[in-house]
Structure formats: C-alpha cells, structure tokens
Design a protein around this ligand. Structure first.
Ligand SMILES: [Zn+2]
Length: 502
C-alpha cells in the first residue's frame, strides 16, 4: 500500500463523513436485513474489478476503500484508536514465490538419479544454494521437545508426521520444528511429504508461495518437501527407516549421498492492512464487542493462459464481509449500545489467519476488554431457515446465550459439536488462543453435506463467484442473528463476563 493511497482514501472518507448525517438517531425497530442487501455488497466485493482481493494487490486497495467508506457512510468511526493510522491497521508481511530449482545427487562422486519432480524446494532469498550430505534427524526433537542434533550449516531431512514418544509431553508441531532447525542454523530443511496428501496438490501449494507475518519470518535458506520415492532411497543409503525415528534411543544419521540444492525465489516484503471501524458505546469503559471477518481471498490465482484467472471468493468471504456491512448499518441507526462495537476485516486469513494473529498481538483495545469476538466467515452456504450451529460450542460458556437468541428469532439450534471441526480454520482461533471468548455462529456449519458440497467443488477456485445459485437466505438469517447477538453482548446489564478483567 502506498502513502498516496492512504491520503486519497482519507480525503474521500472525510468527504463522505461531511455529506452524510453523523450517527442517526434511535429509530423504531428497523426491518430485517434482506437477501438483496447482502447480495449488493457481495456483488461489489466479488466482482472481477476487485481482482479476488489478494493482500498487497490493487484489489486490496479497492476492498479497503469500499469497506471503510461504506462503514463511514453508516456513521461508524475509525476503530484503530490510532490517529496516525485511521481505519487501516498496517500488517507487515513477507511473501515468497519459488520460480526455479535445481537438484542433483552423487554417491562417492557418481551421479545418483533422483526424480526431480518429486522434490519441491523453496528459498528464503532471491538465490540460495546448499551442498552436503543430509542429516536425517527423525522428528528433529527428542521426547524433551528439544532439538536432537547440531544442525548448523547442514542439510537436514525430517519426518513431517507428528512425533510420538512414550511419556513425552506436548511436542512441537511441524512448523515449530522447522523453525527450531532454522534458528539452529540449518542450511536446508527438507521434510517428507505428509502421508495422504496428494503430491500434485502439495506441489501446487508450494508453487503458490508462502506468506508470513514479518514478525514470524523464520525459515532456513532452503526448505523443501520430498516425495516418498525420493526420501526412501536417501534413507536406505543410510540404512535407516522412518520407524527407527520413533525409538527412544534414536540418534540422527548422516546419509552418504551428496545433495546439491539451488533455488530462485521472488521475495516481497509489503504492508497489508486490517480495516477496523467502530460504533462508540454509550458507556465508556464497559468493554467491547468485536465482529470480524476476513476481507482477503486468493487474488489472481491462475496463470495467464487460464480462461478465468480470478479467485473471486464470493462465498469465502465476500459473504461474511457483506454481513458485517449490513449488521453495522442496522446497529448504527438503532438504539445506542453501552459497549463499543468494533467491526474488523482481517487480511491474509487465507494464508494462515495472519491478519487476525497480528491483531491478537497488536489489539486496538486490551484483549481482556473484548467481551466476545464474533467471527463471520463463509456464510452463503445454507438456505433461509437453517439451524444455527456454533463453531466453538462447549469452549467458552456462551452456548446457552447464543441458543436462546437464535430460538427467539425462530431458528432451530444445531447442538452437536460437528462444527468444531473448523475451529482452527477460522480467524476466531487466533483470538481464542489468547483467551478472548470467540465464536462463529450461523447456518453454514449446521449442514455438513451442504458445506462439504461447497468445500469439494468451488471452494478456493475461480468458480467461487456470485451467481443466482449462491444461496443467500442463510446469510441474511445470519446477519439478523448477529444484530441480536451484538445487541445482547454490547449491553452490560444483559451480559457480564464471568471474570471482569483484573
Ligand atoms: Zn478460504
């Protein structure tokens, strides 16, 4: 994002504020949010003009501009609580895309043929190279969770499966083990392809590149994944198997094959943004309600020869942002609420909840003051009248409240915990991990067959577009549900958190 953009956007915001009535007075209960209101916002956000809302693209500029201006037109004010960065919270990111690699192997000076299409490398710098005999470290850590070898300057081969040692405490996951090896100075960290992951998909994902928070940008100069027909001959050469790594007396083994690895990578550090608006509460100091959804999607996601190159993300998650816009409109012109109500569009959710993690580390209000976070993601799945499911059911003591409000609206409640399968796959997870009561309530996660039909077809593809077939009845229902949920949680007399700060 350039400064020019911000200045232009701010001028436009100031203009919008001056010509529109500031917060409207309390009125009679407004009509329920309709499908057509939700559709109008999706139509803009998922249009080709918005280029699939890729972080750091022209589509980001248009998306942020639309969200902030629309919220401002309803009477919301900036929610960043930072006069130097009104509306937009900068989120520093680093993106890397590998575009070339070279792999060769020799045994005692003689070439060893490895299937090069079974190796997918990624580099940290524009060019990286590593040469040497790889050290097979098994899981990379022992039962104490600490690194099991001196890996400085080495090419390391590690199993991607989660380590299981008898009597061990919770051991670090794959990404954390990769980070430990990188921090210990490994020249390259190669992992075995995870079991059951189709190689073509894995490779496409790696070719797509990685995006990380600049504050979490830890990796070895070269990373890579090896298909089993590449990793197994290497292990055989060292007379070791994957099963050996699970033994308590396992010691890392140098594999007597000299590898020469080289990568070329496009590296780009840039600022993306969370966009945050606020309806100030009538009772300062009484806490805050946070509604959030991710504005980003995959942008221009296909190569030049493809007929449709844009991943528009109509359902994922233009639909959720449309709900946050319509809910803000209704709440801003309704009766005043006691608590501050924040509306946030997060960036880079698709690349690992990055905007939400950044916010959790740099919240605009102390996290302990956020009485609840309501995440809205992928809502245009179910028809009108779908039961309300809860991602996060049983996790934070809010089930009864949500169930009662849903029932009062005439909706059925889906009380099984199936929806919790998605708990780690949504922005609320980043806040929940830091102790914020976080839920995702709605109809999309009540019918697993409908949801799977979406996930196995257009999900994350250029076909996630707004058509007449996209059901918006459930999205409108969920918008109305969130008006009532927010009104409830924003009222101190109706909802008091069990522990009121410190
Ligand atoms: Zn997604």
């Amino acid at each position: 994002m350039t400064k020019t953009f911000r200045h232009r956007a701010l001028t436009a915001l100031a203009l919008a504020a001056s010509i529109l009535p500031i917060a409207a007075q309390a009125q009679d209960k407004p009509a329920p949010i309709s499908e057509s209101e939700v559709r109008a916002h999706i139509a803009v956000l998922a249009s080709d003009e918005f280029e699939g809302r890729g972080p750091g693209s022209a589509g980001e500029t248009k998306t942020l501009d639309y969200l902030a201006k629309t919220w401002a037109s309803y009477g919301l004010v900036s929610g960043t609580n930072d006069a130097t960065h009104p509306w937009f919270q900068p989120v520093p990111l680093v993106e890397r895309k590998p575009y070339a690699q070279a792999v060769s192997a020799t045994v005692r000076g003689k070439p060893l043929k490895l299937a090069e299409d079974g190796v997918a490398l990624s580099g940290r710098n524009p060019t990286d190279r590593a040469t040497g005999e790889p050290l097979f470290v098994g899981y990379g850590v022992g039962a104490d969770g600490k690194l099991n070898a001196d890996v400085k300057g080495r090419i390391v081969l590690m199993l991607s499966a989660e380590p299981k040692f008898e009597g061990a405490v919770k051991l670090p996951g794959l990404r954390d083990r990769q980070k430990l090896l990188a921090q210990a100075g490994a020249a390259a960290v190669l992992i075995t392809a995870p079991d059951g992951a189709p190689w073509a998909g894995l490779r496409a994902q790696l070719a797509n590149g990685s995006m990380r928070l600049a504050s979490d940008d830890v990796s070895a100069p070269i990373g890579g994944v090896l298909r089993s027909d590449v990793s197994e001959p290497l292990l055989r050469a060292g007379r070791v198997t994957a099963a050996d790594a699970a033994r308590p007396d396992f010691a890392p083994v140098t594999l007597p094959v000299t590898l020469d690895l080289a990568t070329s990578t496009t590296v780009r550090a840039f600022e993306s943004h969370n966009v945050i608006g606020k309806i100030p509460g009538a009772k300062p100091g009484s806490g805050a309600v946070l509604l959030l959804g991710h504005w980003d999607h995959f942008g221009i996601c296909r190569s030049e020869e493809a007929e449709d190159r844009i991943c528009n993300g109509a359902v994922d998650n233009a639909s959720g942002m449309a709900v946050l816009l319509t809910v803000a409109e209704r709440l801003a012109r309704g009766a005043p609420m006691e608590r501050d109500v924040y509306f946030m569009g997060t960036t880079a959710e698709e690349r690992g909840l990055l905007g939400a993690y950044y916010f959790a580390d740099h919240p605009v209000v102390p996290l302990k003051d956020i009485v609840v976070a309501l995440n809205v993601d992928t809502v245009a799945i179910a028809p009108a009248g779908a039961p309300v499911a809860l991602v996060g059911r049983g996790e934070n003591g809010l089930d009864e409240i949500v169930d009662r409000i849903a029932t009062d609206l005439g909706r059925k409640v889906d009380s099984d915990k199936e929806a919790n399968a998605f708990i780690r796959r949504q922005d609320g997870w980043a806040l929940g991990a830091k102790g914020v009561k976080s839920i995702m309530a709605g109809g999309s996660f009540s019918d697993m067959a409908l949801l799977q039909a979406f996930l196995t077809t257009v999900y994350h593809q250029p076909d996630d577009e707004l058509t007449d077939k996209v059901p918006l009845g459930g999205a409108a229902d969920d918008a109305n549900l969130h008006v009532e949920l927010t009104r409830h949680f924003a009222d101190e007399s109706k909802y008091k958190p069990a522990t009121t700060g410190d």
